[in-house]
Write a protein that binds this ligand. Structure first.
Ligand code: AMP
Length: 142
């Protein structure tokens, strides 16, 4: 199972913001779209950061509510790990586990081309295990 197969099923739309947006407005986007992280892109849709709800919680704890007026760029993670459509679910699990994050933007032609969350990975893995179990049962019964 590859990233391409996941994206073919769930779609390639990604909620993005620009680096100059305030944390307060980015927070509203997270809430509006019911998501846990937002990809930060430049004017040409190139990935330049990722802002997770955890980044907002941490910066609020460290600096208090006035931090919400700061730009997303001051809090986002700039060194973004990305995947492409050829990565396998197992590779994604390894990257997420090693990096301790739950989101992997998909890069296509140097631009944002989708996003995979840990929820997508877990769902795909469960489906894969269930399929394999059915195949083994069918094999034993035959
Ligand atoms: P998450 O678990 O994805 O909500 O994010 C936890 C932390 O990892 C936050 O500081 C994020 O900014 C950061 N983060 C999330 N996704 C990535 C990624 N793909 N590459 C690098 N850092 C990330």
């Amino acid at each position: 199972m590859t990233v391409k197969a996941i994206l073919d099923e769930k779609g390639r739309d990604v909620v993005t913001v620009g680096p100059e947006m305030t944390l307060s407005d980015a927070n509203k986007q997270l809430s509006k779209h019911k998501i846990g992280a937002i990809v930060v892109v430049d004017s040409e849709d190139r990935i330049c950061g990722i802002l997770s709800e955890r980044d907002i919680v941490r910066s609020l704890a460290a600096k208090g509510p006035p931090v919400l007026d700061n730009a997303v760029s001051s809090v986002m993670t700039s060194n973004v790990k990305v995947c492409d459509e050829s990565h396998s679910v197992n590779q994604l699990m390894e990257m997420m586990t090693k990096g301790r994050f739950r989101h992997l933007p998909v890069e296509a032609d140097g631009k944002i081309g989708g996003i995979i969350s840990i929820g997508d990975v877990v769902r795909m893995r469960i489906e894969q295990v269930e399929r394999e179990a059915e195949e083994i049962k069918a094999y034993i019964a035959s």
